[in-house]
Unconditional design. Structure first.
Length: 281
């Protein structure tokens, strides 16, 4: 990895260039270099100040920030603590929960299999689950509260799942999805046995809604590759990229570097949460 020049490096480089002023062409070069150095130092200082202000105000307990191009790291800043009002300080190697950022990693895994010709973006997805192979759409509920289900107008594709346009959603954001489990309890036993576990809220490709699609992508990766998802990620993504601190389960040493999660109360104040227990898969 290319090392981002430190502020000292920038100042030293500018100082060296400033001594080469005997020729007119050099004057212009030095002036541009000095302006670029001052600009980078100024931008970094403003970002540092913004992050420090946010931690002092309690908006965030701590931050590890990095900005990069395809060639180099252009900014890196570390402020605050891993746990609000407690030691230790944030460090460059602090371990964070990635939460839903596991979705792009699963998406990369699926796209690798597309590149290998083992999956297709636009063909029907592998029939590994009735919710995928024979999807049904929940159109609503009748006056008795029974679910109104029908077959989807077309199959679900991997592209639908990757772009959250398959019709799956989180119950958190959809009233129909919240009501569905209660409605199927009203069905006769035989009907209930055939009701989809997770119906679509709309036909595939009809619109966008954030939901559980990438969970299914993970299952498709496992079924297609023949590997457990954690093993696939490690072998084909994490190890090749040197992502040594990214995993479903972290070691006792990594736990010592883990940042606490925090919950924001009604007044906006953050409260540290108990450290999560890590149970090996």
């Amino acid at each position: 990895m290319l090392r981002r020049p430190s502020r000292r490096d920038i100042v030293k480089s500018a100082a060296k260039l400033a001594t080469v002023t005997s020729l007119g062409a050099c004057h212009a070069t030095v002036a541009r270099a000095e302006r670029a150095a001052r600009s980078e130092i100024g931008a970094s200082s403003r970002i540092d100040a913004m992050l420090q202000d946010a931690t002092r105000a309690g908006d965030v307990p701590g931050v590890v920030a990095l900005a990069a191009t395809d060639n180099d790291i252009i900014y890196e800043g570390i402020v605050g603590r891993r746990r609000l009002h407690a030691a230790p300080l944030m460090t460059r190697d602090t371990v964070f929960r990635v939460a839903s950022m596991i979705k792009p990693i699963a998406s990369v895994a699926a796209l690798q299999l597309v590149e290998q010709g083992k999956l297709s973006l636009d063909a029907p997805v592998p029939d590994i689950d009735p919710d995928l192979g024979a999807p049904h759409v929940l159109d609503g509920f009748d006056p008795k509260g029974l679910p109104q289900l029908r077959p989807a107008r077309r199959p679900i594709t991997l592209r639908d799942l990757l772009t959250h346009t398959a019709g799956f959603t989180y119950r958190l954001w959809d009233k129909k999805a919240v009501r569905y489990p209660k409605s199927i309890a009203l069905l006769q036993k035989a009907e209930r046995a055939h009701a989809p576990r997770t119906p679509l809220m709309f036909d595939p490709g009809e619109r966008w809604q954030y939901g559980t699609s990438i969970d299914l992508v993970g299952r498709i990766v496992e079924a297609t590759s023949g590997e457990r998802l954690d093993s696939y990620f490690r072998k084909h993504i994490f190890d090749p990229l040197g992502m040594k601190d990214t995993a479903f389960d972290i070691s006792p040493e990594q736990q010592q570097r883990e940042a606490s999660s925090h919950r924001r109360g009604p007044n906006g104040a953050l409260t540290p949460q108990p450290q999560e227990r890590h149970t090996p898969r």
